[in-house]
Design a protein. Sequence first.
Length: 367
Amino acid sequence: MDAVTDAETTTSPLAFDPATRLHDPAWRGFASDNYAGVHPQVISAIAAANEGHQIAYGEDAYTAKLQEVVKGHFGDAAEAFPVFNGTGANVVGLQSMLPRWGAVVCTATAHIHTDENAAPERVGGLKLLTVETPDGKLTPELVDREAWGWGDEHRAQPLAVSITQTTELGTCYTPDEVRAIAEHAHAHGMTLHMDGARISNAAAYLGVPLAAFTSDAGVDVLSYGGTKNGLLYGEAVVVLNERASVGLTYLRKLDMQLSSKMRFVSAQLIALLGTDLWLESATHSNAMAQRLRAAVERMPGVTITRDTQSNAVFAIVPPGVADALRETFRFYDWNPATGEVRWMCAFDTTESDVDAFAAALEALLPR
């Protein structure tokens, strides 16, 4: 057998250096806050949790500490169940709130309806009852469009309401708006779930604590999102009302959301919620969205289509402009029929990133 040459060793896939960077770190996208990397403080928290051994499946010191941190934000009744991702948090959380015959009232633009590949229905076994809204937000009156038919064996029973904070259209529910929905739902014997994928951005925009529009406003179960605000991976189902949730301990495993090395999810959430990092990062991404809006709304041919209440800017641009701009900056169409696009900012978006994007857009606009 011939000896392996240096050249063969160099070109072998087994010789790849894991420290080799495969992307340009200077490149920025405006498609999703999921494009951003991991906050350095979160990386440090993962590294600190990596030393030695800890008990698996949540019996570790970090998951225990997370309970204290969560109670500090949401009250003594709060209990956190770390999971892998947002879809998993929504499915597990909603499953725990409903019997097999239960249905969920949500908006037609809700992430659980439009972007989770029907996981709540196919995996969770739930029926979604969707309502059209002008701004992505439900109201008691809009809930009533689908909250009916109790006792009718031919209809899935509407037993929960799910709202998203911030909404898929970038709008925020005020504490009073959440409270009105919660009281209305509870009066009908229904429970209230909140998909909090960008919950930190909502708190930053409203200038209120997380509890103000969750536990204090009557939310029963929360899907707390951290990935879009600087985590590597991981979210948490936070039970705020133990009477509204049954069997989460078993459902999390059944739905393949139980992490054996849970300490690494919990350590990230502690890094975010155990300090003001969650608020600082969300405040920054919101500010970058405001900067972007201010830069582009004065440009002829650009129409801002929705309120900017978080880290998202929605706009309509002339035909062909979006595709040309995407050659440099990636972002998504929101409504191809109207030319509406969505631009997202992240915790690591800089002023120069925004200014470069705005300049590139302006150069492409018809004069």
